[in-house]
Design a protein around this ligand. Structure first.
Ligand SMILES: [Zn+2]
Length: 556
């Protein structure tokens, strides 16, 4: 069994990288395409393993000076590597016959490289470094939050249990404390984002695009759909999901006996209190082991490897970056799950969401190309969000017998309620990059307008910062990963299809899921979707059908 502590990768430097690429080019000079591709793949796996380790260590302790300087070194080196990689991709695309290259490297890899080379030029190297610096500053600022609530000091992640407390006054206090932090740092948050928008717009102009949007799509490596498809999907959400979520909220308002639904009420989904995990860290890890063993042999064996090898860091602690993610070390084919347990139902997501990413990555480790280890993000989120539904029959293990049905209802309600917010985050970014010179106040006004369109029920009450349009500033993707958010909403449409299939035939659904994980990133989004027997979210009716079935389930 591989141990996380035993993983290491040499720290690369510019000279070493230049020498390695010079060797690769000499292999191509000799006409050894296969050898060059194999050696290049090895170089990239080694670099990605090192980079993943450096970024993970910084996330584990953002206050560690050594980890921070290693991250800064990696961020400064990344544009140099992008430069070398892009030059090599350009040469491959220019020098070799396209058919032969596709046979040797894979057709989809070639399509990805064709996209990549249009999204980079040495002229933007300093911009990329600055972009990393600004994104890191945002992460540090949020990680620095030290908030007092209920006689405790917590970080932003630690607010979660208070934010869904059955006591309305405590929920209000949690949101008051959260948004006071954002208000106190509002000027800096506005400035960081303003600088990021200007920087990204400038990069797009240097690369010959009129705005950042087409560049943003290329950086997300989207090769089979564009902003028009996404805009049509957002309208599907408005037509089929927004009224449904409004009905569900109205039912909750009546069930709770509230005069109206305030912002701080939305997180309390179950009138009896949101179901919580039936135990803490050690309990959940042990129960998850039983769950995966019961689900599928490969999932069970893989979870044992993750746990036994130290590839899980799940406890919340000071200075640890917020949120959860899955990263991987391509030289060893093992992923790593990072999370912040809060004692709420969000902890379950580590085992049902992040494990989906991890399992896919593991199932794809023997694919012949490092580009295929992860699919593009909207496809990657199918693996994670579908596992959230496929684990439903085992929820008794994690939340206890009495709460399992309530947990499933809460999860489905949350999955539907997420869609309007998710497309709002996406639409906001399209408007931001269409108007790069907007002032911070104008951006807040854009958010407020879109929030009314997608979430007309929103009532921030006396929370001044979100009431003036600042809610988006709590969403790290908007700062660090532009245009990465519609992905969750597209994947949710696919995950709901897996939910529907599993209701009819759980084994068929699970086998199709495992098969999809094995395909990794070997094809673009819509091809992967159809290979798994799913309907593309862009197809008319795909979202309407699952929304109708979900509403019927919740009414039952
Ligand atoms: Zn995910």
């Amino acid at each position: 069994m591989i141990q996380f502590d035993s993983i290491s990768a040499p720290t690369p430097d510019k000279d070493g990288l230049n020498a390695a690429y010079a060797l690769l080019n000499r292999q191509l000079d000799r006409g050894d395409l296969g050898g060059a591709l194999a050696a290049w793949d090895g170089e990239r796996r080694s670099f990605e393993t090192w980079s993943a380790l450096v970024h993970l260590r910084f996330a584990q302790n953002t206050a560690d000076a050594e980890a921070k300087s290693a991250r800064e070194y990696a961020d400064a080196l990344a544009p140099e590597v992008a430069d070398l990689e892009t030059m090599f991709k350009r040469r491959l695309l220019a020098d070799t016959d396209r058919e032969g290259l596709m046979r040797a490297a894979g057709a989809h890899a070639v399509r990805l490289w064709e996209t990549d080379v249009t999204a980079f030029d040495p002229a933007i190297k300093p911009d990329l470094e600055e972009e990393s610096r600004l994104s890191a500053r945002y992460s540090e600022l949020l990680a620095s939050a030290s908030l007092s609530i209920g006689g405790q000091t917590v970080n932003l992640a630690g607010l979660a249990p208070f934010a869904e407390d059955p006591d309305r006054a405590i929920r209000h206090e949690a949101e008051r404390v959260r948004w006071e932090f954002f208000s106190d740092h509002g000027t800096e948050l506005d400035t960081i984002y303003h600088d990021l928008v200007q920087l990204r717009h400038g990069m797009a102009r240097k690369l010959g695009f009129s705005t950042y949007t087409p560049l943003g799509y290329r950086r997300m490596r989207r090769v089979d759909y564009g902003p028009e498809d996404v805009a049509r999907y957002r309208e599907q959400v408005v037509t089929h999901v927004v009224p449904l979520v409004a009905r569900l909220l109205e039912q909750r308002r009546t069930a709770h006996g509230w005069d109206k639904i305030r912002y701080w009420d939305e997180a309390l989904i179950d009138p009896a209190g949101n179901p919580r995990p039936a135990g803490g860290h050690d309990f959940l890890v042990a129960q998850a082991r039983k769950m995966f063993d019961g689900m599928h042999g490969e999932l069970g064996a893989f979870f044992r490897e993750m746990d036994g090898g130290g590839f899980l860091d799940l406890r919340n602690r000071p200075a640890k970056r917020g949120g959860g993610f899955c990263t991987s070390f391509p030289t060893v084919g093992m992923p790593f799950i990072f999370a912040n347990f809060t004692g709420t139902h969000h902890d379950i997501g580590v085992f049902t969401h992040e494990m989906g990413h991890a399992f896919q990555n593991h199932m794809s480790k023997n694919l012949p190309n490092v580009d295929y280890l992860w699919p593009t993000m909207e496809a990657a989120e199918i693996h994670s969000m579908s596992l959230e539904f496929l684990t439903w029959p085992f929820m008794e293990l994690l939340v206890g017998d009495a709460a399992a049905d309530r947990f499933r209802r809460m999860h489905l309600t949350a999955a539907l309620s997420f869609l309007p917010y998710g497309v709002c985050v996406d639409h906001f970014q399209h408007e931001v990059f269409a108007n790069p010179d907007a002032s911070p106040n104008e951006r807040h006004a854009i958010w407020r307008r879109l929030e009314q369109h997608y979430m007309p029920w929103t009532d921030h009450g006396d929370l001044a910062w979100p009431a003036k349009g600042g809610r988006w500033q709590a969403k790290p993707h908007i700062y660090g990963s532009p245009f990465y958010y519609i992905d969750y909403t597209l994947a949710q449409c696919c995950a709901l299809q897996f939910w529907s299939r599993a209701r009819r035939d759980p084994k068929e659904a699970l086998d199709a899921y495992v098969g999809l994980c094995g395909l990794g990133g070997s094809a673009p989004f819509q091809e992967l979707v159809s290979a798994a027997g799913l309907i593309s979210p862009f197809a008319d009716g795909a979202l309407a059908d699952v929304a109708r079935e979900a509403e019927a389930f919740l009414a039952g």
